[in-house]
Design a protein around this ligand. Structure first.
Ligand code: PEP
Ligand code: MN
Length: 298
């Protein structure tokens, strides 16, 4: 029997036997698989906070935000060099030049990089610079791309398709795992459902976090930036996501310097490095409290 509105268990065992707890007995218990990206661990008790710009726009912008993200306590740097834009007339990212800039930012700060790859033909190129390859929402069901990143072998951040069911999402993870790569972190980034678009860009589906943890051993993080699309909503959404048990957050930031250029992409949802610092503090305090209450219970 299945819970109302969920896929039948047979669907999971057929579609995603490698990443389902039901069938992959190695992770049958409560355990979450640890996914390591250099020194950063997803799925351990400490939430991983990723911060950075939506897109890499210049050396100055990226280095400034990498250093401020680091100073705010972030564990990793995000930034797109290849951007999936609704209009082909919009800024598409700096491509290879953007990857070079990200590498320099990582060298200067020690923060590992996550960046998006959209094209199976570019997995080698992007993978040479990225510490973690991001599959964007629009490409969650790009099966040749999933197979390529699975073969490439570096850790993958798999964003949820904006209209994807849990089963379809895990089916996408299965494509990566089928190539022998289990270093997959899932990312809830909001779904299209009534009334998305009215007061927020998407609807942040926090219900999916415990549902995923029941179904799979893969860690899951939340992207409150794209889920809300509104800077003021990012802090409350982040706190709620952490309370729901996610293993980390990926957040877009922009410079708070007076006179700084407005981001070319997703400006309305970018928060300041100061606000990112408050989220990191909340995450660290909460993780500390959880550790303390565990210790008391022993
Ligand atoms: C992004 O992270 O910059 C992005 C485009 O996200 P999504 O694929 O979730 O829309
Ligand atoms: Mn963005």
């Amino acid at each position: 029997m299945s819970i109302a509105g969920t896929a039948a268990s047979a669907d999971f065992t057929k579609i995603c036997p490698l990443v389902s707890r039901r069938t992959n007995r190695k992770y049958a218990g409560e355990e979450t698989r640890l996914v390591r990206v250099k020194h950063v661990e997803f799925g351990a008790g400490r939430p991983v906070i990723i911060g950075g710009p939506c897109s890499v726009e210049s050396v100055e912008q990226t280095l400034e935000l990498a250093h401020t993200a680091k100073a705010s306590g972030a564990d990793m740097l995000r930034g797109g060099a290849y951007k999936p834009r609704t209009s082909p007339h919009d800024f598409q990212g700096l491509g290879l030049e953007g990857l070079e800039i990200l590498r320099e930012a990582s060298l200067q700060t020690g923060l590992p990089i996550v960046t998006e790859v959209m094209d199976p033909r570019l997995v080698e190129q992007v993978g040479a610079y990225a510490d973690m390859l991001q599959i964007g929402s629009r490409n969650m069901q790009n099966y040749p791309l999933l197979t390529e990143v699975g073969r490439f072998g570096k850790p993958v951040l798999l964003k949820r398709g904006m209209a994807a069911s849990l089963c379809e999402w895990l089916g996408a993870a299965e494509y990566i795992a089928k190539e022998g790569n289990f270093d997959i972190v899932l990312c809830e980034r909001g779904i299209k459902a009534y009334p998305s678009g009215e007061y927020s860009r998407f609807i942040l589906d926090l219900n999916v976090i415990p549902a995923l943890q029941k179904e799979t051993f893969l860690p899951v993080i939340v992207d409150p930036s794209h889920a809300t699309g509104v800077a003021d909503m990012v802090e409350p959404a982040s706190r709620s996501a952490l309370e729901s048990g996610c293993h980390g957050l990926i957040i877009e930031i922009a410079s708070e310097k007076v006179g700084a250029a407005r981001p070319k992409c997703d400006a309305a949802q970018a928060i300041s490095p100061t606000a990112l610092g408050r989220i990191v503090e909340f995450a660290r305090n909460r993780a500390g409290q959880k550790m303390e209450s565990k210790a008391c219970a022993v």
